[in-house]
Ligand binder design. Structure first.
Ligand code: OGA
Ligand code: NI
Length: 355
């Protein structure tokens, strides 16, 4: 039954607890956005701060061994924290398949999807969520997402939704060598010649994949798809569809830059963990997704992370040159817990690790 749009409790139960999500609400073809989703002005994207003439770097990875390409990658990580890559080696068919699988998962009936809500899911590694942390968010974000933490193929086969599992695993596997190559290049500039059995697990020892769904929104200007935040990953590989709507903050400025969809491309961004490990040389940048009044948008980020049990801090090779460490050693699982304790609020998570 359709919920009352004015009773916040009833609405939240429909959206959050019954598996309908904001997608279910969007499909009721409501004409006005319920108050529960109306964000305060400071959380919405200020369009007057968007600089349309600027864009993040687009890097062709076909010759990723070329020193010039390596330089562009490292420069982008230092000066933008965000870049798009083309000819990256992940087959376009794999990207198309995971996008299609994302649509198929969200097209399931609410009573099917409900099985993956945290309260029902047989594993804590798979959960379907609306907004970011609905228990904490005072105002909800206009987004549903399925979040899968990768433990093993067996675990994924047992617990990930069968409608999208194979495609998500394939996407993850096919991006493995790209991720290694990017990290190798980024480490080289920090004076670390190679990935080895000590540093590799700290840089990329765990993965989380989210399937994000941003349904058509009435009054998109009053809410957000995702509020401004930085990722807590080492780096994030993001696949977006052709809709657009992702904005990134330009380094050390108030301005926002749009990330235009480029067919076959992937967007790479540096996360907090790599900002910390590089002692601030590589930048984890605040980003924001607007809600959309016309299209259902999907995106599929792979968050490449340290292992939960890793202690992260500025890497020895970076601080041994006499540079002062800007961050202390923190247990990665504590860092992530801190992220999930509060609603999205720009770049504030990293304060947790500051000395
Ligand atoms: C995220 C995110 C961006 C997007 O999931 O952390 O920033 O374009 N997504 O959906
Ligand atoms: Ni993000």
């Amino acid at each position: 039954m359709a919920p009352s749009l004015t009773d916040a409790r009833e609405l939240k139960a429909f959206v959050v607890d019954e598996g309908h999500g904001v997608k279910g609400l969007s499909e009721l073809k409501i004409k006005t956005l319920p108050d529960l989703f109306i964000q305060p002005l400071e959380k919405r994207l200020d369009l007057s701060k968007v600089v349309p003439q600027e864009s993040i770097p687009v890097i062709d990875m076909s010759n990723s061994e070329d020193p010039e390409v390596e330089e562009r990658i490292c420069d982008a990580a230092e000066n933008w924290g965000f870049f798009q890559i083309v000819n990256h080696g992940v087959p376009v068919s794999v990207l198309e398949d995971v996008k299609e699988a994302t649509h198929q998962f969200f097209a399931l009936r609410a009573d099917e999807k409900k099985k993956y809500l945290f309260k029902n899911s047989p594993t804590k590694n798979v959960r379907l969520v609306t907004s970011f942390i609905p228990e904490v968010d005072k105002v909800l974000e206009w987004k549903d997402y399925l979040s899968c933490f990768y433990v093993s193929d067996e675990e994924a086969m047992a617990f990930w939704p069968s409608i999208c599992r194979d495609q998500v695993l394939e996407y993850m596997n096919k991006s493995e060598s790209l991720i290694k190559r990017l990290l190798e290049v980024l480490m080289k500039r920090l004076g670390i010649p190679e990935l080895n059995e000590t540093n590799e697990p700290i840089l990329m020892g765990s993965r989380r994949i989210n399937l994000n769904y941003y349904p058509v929104c009435p009054n998109p200007e009053l809410t957000v798809g995702v509020g401004g935040h930085s990722d807590v990953s080492t780096l994030t590989v993001l696949l977006q569809d052709e809709t657009g709507g992702l904005y990134v903050r330009k380094l050390n400025s108030e301005n926002w830059v749009h990330v235009p969809p480029i067919k076959g491309s992937l967007t790479i961004n540096i996360g907090d963990a790599l900002q910390i490990m590089s002692n601030g040389q590589y930048k984890s940048i605040e980003h924001h997704v607007v809600a959309n009044g016309h299209e259902n948008r999907i995106s599929v980020p792979i968050f490449v992370n340290p292992r939960p049990s890793d202690l992260i801090g500025p890497l020895q090779e970076v601080v041994k040159t006499g540079e002062k460490g800007l961050y202390k050693q923190v247990l990665y699982s504590d860092y992530v817990k801190h992220f999930y304790r509060k609603s999205h609020n720009g770049k504030d998570t990293i304060d947790f690790a500051k000395v």
